[in-house]
Design a protein around this ligand. Structure first.
Ligand code: FE2
Length: 278
């Protein structure tokens, strides 16, 4: 699947762009399925705001128990001060997570595609496990920013053996909130871990301060169907979407099943429904 040149690029940059990895009609069917899921969702059931900006974000049960479920998280700016939605429900959801790849037939089929399996094997992830999936909407006008982070902060393995697969289901541009990354920044080590607090909730453990000033980041503008492979230690972010266009993406995080996955990571799967491979 990957050429030696592509592997070199991934190892030196910490990311790799593969254009036309996903057929246009597959992008459309994932988008259609996500829209169906949102249509079936009743916001009265639960309201949970997701933001990685909030360093001490409230680790509510809804989030922590979403590892093997299909759950919906609103944009921070979705609500008026009286708690009503500014935009229709379908344009208010930040993301769906984190078990789409195990709980929804369309996403399960997509996620276990043999091209993805081959790619993950080329990256050197042995006995791979599909840990986490997210459908990210980056809604028009209110799409929130995701501040600079490393995925290994949230899904830590020892040694580091995780890849993030970011599928552009629509064109992603600077205007509608594409990814930005520090080229080669994965060589600079892990800044922090987000761990379960024995007293409940979550906390950050900080290791080293990092220079993640905006001047170091480069925009990764990609067209619909592009796959961006992200090293777990790569610092990356996405800015707000204040444009009139959405920026839908599907992400999948795969780890090696041969490394330590600590109990204090937020995402835990039960023994009845453990993480699975391809
Ligand atoms: Fe990320």
């Amino acid at each position: 699947m990957l050429t030696p040149t592509q592997l070199d690029q991934y190892n030196s940059n910490g990311f790799l762009l593969i254009e036309n990895f996903v057929a246009s009609q597959s992008c459309d069917s994932l988008r259609a399925r996500a829209n169906e899921l949102v249509a079936e969702f009743d916001p009265a059931d639960v309201v949970s705001i997701f933001s990685t900006n909030e360093q001490n974000r409230i680790a509510d049960q809804y989030f922590l128990e979403s590892s093997d479920k299909i759950r919906f998280f609103f944009e921070e700016d979705a609500f008026r001060s009286d708690g009503t939605l500014k935009q229709p429900k379908a344009q208010s959801i930040n993301k769906i997570g984190h078990g789409l790849h195990d709980r929804d037939k369309t996403f399960a089929q997509f996620s276990r595609d043999e091209n993805i399996q081959e790619l993950v094997s080329d990256l050197g992830l042995t006995n791979p496990l599909l840990m986490q999936s997210m459908y990210i909407f980056k809604q028009p006008n209110i799409g929130g920013e995701v501040s600079c982070h490393q995925d290994s902060t949230f899904l830590y393995t020892d040694p580091n053996a995780i890849a993030g697969l970011w599928f552009a289901l629509e064109d992603a541009t600077i205007e509608n909130g594409c990814l930005w990354a520090i080229r080669g920044g994965h060589h600079e080590g892990l800044k922090s871990r987000w761990v379960r607090n024995p007293e409940g909730g979550m906390k950050f453990i900080n290791f080293n301060e990092k220079d993640w000033t905006m001047a170091r980041l480069v925009p990764l503008e990609v067209s619909k169907g592009t796959l961006i492979v992200l090293h777990g230690l790569l610092p990356h972010l996405s800015r707000q979407n204040r444009s009139a266009r959405s920026r839908h993406a599907y992400t999948l995080h795969v780890i090696s099943g041969d490394v330590d996955y600590p109990d204090d990571n937020w995402l835990q799967r039960s023994s009845e429904f453990p993480a699975r491979g391809f």
